[in-house]
Structures are given as C-alpha cells and as structure tokens.
Design a protein around this ligand. Structure first.
Ligand code: GLN
Length: 477
C-alpha cells in the first residue's frame, strides 16, 4: 500500500504496517508533508520540517505504538526540533532546549513530528483568528473558522495531513475545534498528562489534549502521552488503563448517561438540539439508561473562568520580559525595554487578558473577584462530583452552542468568550471530557460532548467507541 493511501488509515493500522515493513516512517512523513503543502491555504502550521529527511532526523528512534505515524504538535508545546512560538510575535523563532514530556513520549512511541500547528496567541481564543502568523481556515468550510485555540492541530487532522495531533486546553481549545472540524478531540483528567513543556497560560486549568480522526486514534494518542512525570508536580500517579480495550464495545447496558439540563437552554438552536436528541436515541438503543440531571452552577462557569484564567495568565506571562526569551526591544533603559518588548510582542487579546488579570488580582479587588471566583469554582466541581457519585457514568451535552462561525463574526470579545460556555466547566473541575462528531447542521459538523468522573476516561471512551460505531461511517464521511 502506498504511504499516501496508508495515511488515511487509523494510526494503529499505520504503525502495524510500518512494523510489518509495508511502509516506512520516511515515506509516511513525505506523504504528510506533501499533503501539508497541498493544504497550504489552511495555514495550519506555523513551521514544519522542510523534508522527510529533516522530519525523521528531528524525531526519535522509537518503534512503539505510533511507529512511523506523522503527527502535528501545537505551537505552545516545546520541541527541540522546531521553534515554539505560541502563535506570538514575542516568541518568534524561539527554539526550546528541551522537549515537553508529551513530545518525548510521542518520539519514544515512534511518531514523526512533521510540524508545529498554528494557534491563537498563547492559546487565548476560540477561532484561531488571533495568531501572529495569520488565521487558520476550517478544512470543512474554508470561509469559516476552525475553532480555537488549537485550530491548526484540528485543521491538520481534519484535512487528513496527520491522523493525530496534540493540542492544549484551558477552557475548551481541543474539544471546540474538534467539534467545528468534524473530528474527535479529548482532554484528559487534570494531572493525567504532564504539563512539563506546555507553555503556561493558566496553570490550574491547562491540559494537553489529543485530536484524532477516530475515537481509537484519540485513545491511542492519549494513552501514549499519559502518566505521572517527576517534572510536573501536579501530574498524578494513577494507573493508566488500556482505554483501547473498549474498542469492541457494542452494547452499553448498565451505563447511565446523565443529561444536564443547564446545557440545553431554551436559546439552543433547534437543529443543534435535534442532533443531540438523535445521539441520545442512539445511546438508548445501545442499552444505556439516559437520565436528566442538574449541574446548578453551570451558568457561573464563564464569569469564573474569565477571572481565574486571566489572573493566572497575567502572572505566567510576566516571564516574557525581553531578558530571557525571544523578542527584545531596543531602549535606553530597562523599563523602556520591558515596555517596548511587551507592547510590540503581545497582540491585543493577550494584552487584554494581562490587564484583566492584573486588575482582578489587585489589592482592592482580590477578594471581590479572585477569591469569590475560587469559591464558585469549588461549587462547579462539586456539581460534577455529586452527579458522578450518584450513579451517572458519563454526561452528554452539545460541545458548542453553534457550528463553526464565519471569520470576523465574533468581533466583540465577550461573544467570543461565550463559545466556551459548554466546555470551560470541565477545565474548572478537572474532569475528563471529549467531543465526537454527531452529524451536521447546514452541512457543518456538530460535536457531542462526553464528560466522566476524575480518572474515569475509560467510561468516556467506552461510550464514545459504541456511539461512533452506531453512527457508522456517515459521521466521518
Ligand atoms: N477560548 C478560551 C480562551 O480564550 C479557552 C482557550 C483554551 O482552552 N486554551 O481562554
């Protein structure tokens, strides 16, 4: 089988073919790079290897579960072989002296990194319109955004350039673009995947996540990068079970699916609701019990997120001062150098978040904003803990309120922030969540979201495998 044909198969099948000598990592890297070239108009990459030779030289020598599988890595995840710019001018051309743990694990498993995927600057955004390297187009509908902030990773997978890509999430940046591009996107439990080498946005909310064309690609990719890491004190020493063991799941008897009523407001587009109702019908037909539940603090998630995330960002981004990394402005004195570097280096959305974060952490406002938001965050987490303790295995919701929107449609930042209304809760609570295709509205992909209890990714994958199978080929066509 030619490498180009093989590239359309599941990652597991690609690795098997390479192990059996039917193809080579070099041929697959060449095929992926050729496709990246064909899809140049998507602007999915900030940088990529110039040739298959380069890509192979910059990868590991592993022969494991991803042997020869070409992958893309979001541009805020450190790699020694290509620059890590975070979609920002301030880090243009910056090359990390070390690999992120997730990247080291990909290399050890035999994956070939072909490029660094474009993204909203410092992962702030929901459309990938806010990259210093230009916007990314949605491969399904090029006049529309791919979602964000991991829009480049999602576009690279949806366009068939790579079967698996790494993204990152602080409030939905893997699940939302997965939904907009018609692919699978998963964010694990907080602590499941090391954040070492993920450039920090809001450390208590940041996760590395995985995009795949299929549930199995996502499960395989996530399995490879999971596990405790001495370099990240918040990574968890919890056994990583074999999520792919659920691949054969045909029935869901005994599984309780909770449907939180707060995720189906009256304002939800009827067509979006209809796709969700069909998915729930399929879950019932598979034997699952569907039960309405309530997560009463859901409507506080966006205000809480937009206090906590900017607060942490304002502190994390203080390190970009022109001294240690990247851009340095010429100036007569130190203060002028700081000001020049930061005002030229950061784009408007990042600047807005730093201002917002500095404000909510200031002496006079700390209690009113930051402390209150932390208390509400605990209630949001408590909502999840309660329903999962009450016999619910997974929750089902829409991933987004609408399908992919047009470029420029959300010029008001507040409107953009509301894109994460159904996803930010999982980051605040740290529970695992994923999006998978559940049909289309007006020809545009719609994502259904599954959420599970902490470290219960297995429940989520079991339901996802069965649901994907119930949709058959149609959802991925
Ligand atoms: N869209 C959200 C934000 O702009 C979430 C981004 C993310 O998950 N990285 O902050």
């Amino acid at each position: 089988m030619s490498a180009d044909v093989l590239l359309d198969r599941d990652a597991a099948e690609i690795a098997r073919a390479v192990n059996d000598g039917e193809s080579t990592p070099h041929a697959l890297a060449a095929a992926a790079l050729a496709r990246a070239h064909t899809h140049e108009v998507l602007n999915a990459f900030v940088t990529r290897h110039a040739s298959a030779d380069d890509a192979i030289a910059g990868s590991g020598t592993g022969t494991g579960a991803l042997h020869g599988v070409p992958v893309a890595v979001k541009d805020n995840i450190a790699t020694t072989s290509l620059s890590t710019s975070c979609g920002s001018r301030i880090l243009k051309g910056y090359v990390s002296p070390f690999d992120a743990t997730a990247v080291a694990k990909l290399r050890a498993a035999g994956a070939t990194i072909i490029g660094k995927a474009n993204m909203d600057e410092f992962a702030m955004g929901s459309s990938t319109e806010h990259s210093a390297y230009g916007p990314v187009r949605n491969p399904v509908a090029p006049g529309r955004v791919p979602g964000g902030s991991s829009g480049g990773s999602a576009a690279a997978v949806a366009a068939g350039i790579v079967p698996i890509a790494l993204g990152s999430e602080t409030g939905g940046s893997v699940r939302q673009p997965a939904a907009f591009c018609g692919i699978v996107g998963v964010k694990p439990t907080y602590g499941r995947v090391s954040r070492y080498g993920l450039v920090a946005f809001a450390s208590s909310l940041d996760h590395i996540g995985v995009f795949g064309r299929t549930v199995d690609d996502a499960a395989l990719g996530l399995g490879v990068i999971s596990g405790v890491d001495p370099r990240d004190a918040t990574s968890a020493d919890v056994a990583v079970d074999d999520w792919r063991a659920h691949a054969g799941a045909e029935r869901l008897d005994g599984i309780v699916v909770g449907v939180p009523r707060e995720y189906f407001p009256d304002s939800l587009e009827p067509a979006m609701r209809a796709r969700c109702d069909e998915a729930l019908d399929r879950l019932r037909a598979l034997g699952a019990t569907v039960r309405e539940v309530s997560l009463p603090h859901t409507d506080l998630a966006i205000p809480v997120y937009y206090i906590l995330a900017p607060a942490e960002a304002s502190s994390n981004l203080a390190r970009f001062d022109g001294v240690r990394y990247g851009l340095r402005a010429d100036a007569d004195d130190l203060r002028g150098m700081y000001e020049g570097t930061r005002s030229r280096g950061f784009g408007p959305e990042v600047t807005r978040r730093i201002l917002l974060g500095t404000y909510v952490l200031s002496k006079g406002h700390y209690d009113a904003y930051y402390r209150t938001a932390q208390a509400v965050r605990r209630r949001i987490t408590g909502d999840f803990t309660r329903v999962f303790a009450d016999g619910v295995h997974v929750l089902f919701t829409p991933t987004t309120p609408t399908p992919a929107f047009e470029f420029g449609a959300k010029s008001d930042p507040l409107e953009m922030y509301l894109s994460d209304i159904f996803t930010a809760t999982a980051n605040l609570a740290g529970v695992p969540a994923m999006s998978l295709p559940i049909g289309t509205v007006g020809g545009l992909p719609v994502g259904g979201q599954l959420l599970a209890a902490h470290f219960r990714e297995g429940d989520m994958f079991r339901v996802a495998y069965a649901l994907e199978r119930a949709y058959g080929a149609e959802a991925h066509a």
